[in-house]
Write a protein that binds this ligand. Structure first.
Ligand code: HEC
Length: 203
């Protein structure tokens, strides 16, 4: 009888330990030490957090610019704020950060490289098949670089500056800053582009 109770105790204890996670999500550095699979999981978590930070810094600036001066003046604000946020976040994190698109507005920063081009095309296909942009992302290790892309879907507010019917004055403003702008004509739910993150891995 005693042995049975003892066995149950040991089995329960064993179960408890084997069910324990190796490390918590926040503990990215610890996960990294375990295996290459865990290490790329940690990188994905880090990349997701950086992409989220980018959006959470830009969106309030864009919103308050629209509220205080309308869409035309918000174009001005966005044209300086967006590249600034990307630059600062790169310096803070050591990741290379940009926003890219198949129909770029900013030709200095948003033209996709071959990897980004393929992923953006795949995002379009996934969206056409019914997947929402909200959680859509892709990651891969290419040439000793960890690459991560987070899709940016078109919401109602985006249509004012990226939609089909852009008002005259606003159109003019966009053309002044971006004479070769290709970032209009979008509909709700489409993929406007992606936040693209790259980290060079240790050899
Ligand atoms: C007030 C006008 C305005 C609104 C509203 C707006 N954008 Fe933009 N968007 C711009 C401007 C201006 C740029 C170029 C910024 C730069 O120079 O980096 C841009 C660039 C981008 C880029 C980078 C790629 C590129 O083509 O240069 C993405 C991605 C993007 N916008 C997505 C969105 C999404 C998604 C929304 C809605 C949540 C949105 N935008 C709302 C004006 C706007």
């Amino acid at each position: 009888m005693k042995t049975t109770y003892f066995s149950i105790f040991v089995i329960t204890l064993f179960g408890l330990f084997t069910n324990m996670p190796i490390a918590s999500e926040q503990d990215g550095k610890t996960i990294k030490a375990f295996s290459s699979e865990s290490s790329s999981e940690a990188l994905t978590l880090e990349a997701k957090a950086i992409a989220k930070t980018f959006s959470s810094r830009l969106k309030p600036i864009l919103k308050s610019a629209i509220q205080s001066g309308g869409f035309t003046s918000a174009v001005e604000v966005c044209s300086s704020a967006a590249p600034e946020i990307a630059k600062n976040l790169s310096l803070e994190t050591g990741w290379s950060i940009s926003r890219v698109s198949l129909q770029p507005r900013n030709l200095h920063s948003a033209v996709a490289d071959p990897f980004e081009y393929e992923v953006l095309r795949e995002f379009d296909e996934r969206q056409l098949k019914g997947e929402s942009a909200q959680l859509m992302h892709y990651s891969k290790i290419v040439n000793n670089e960890y690459r991560f892309m987070k899709a940016q879907g078109v919401e109602a507010i985006c249509l004012n500056c990226h939609g089909k019917n852009i008002s005259g004055e606003l159109k003019q403003k966009i053309m002044t800053h971006y004479p070769d702008d290709a970032a209009t004509g979008y509909s709700l739910g489409q993929i406007r582009g992606a936040i693209s993150l790259t980290k060079t891995l240790d050899k």
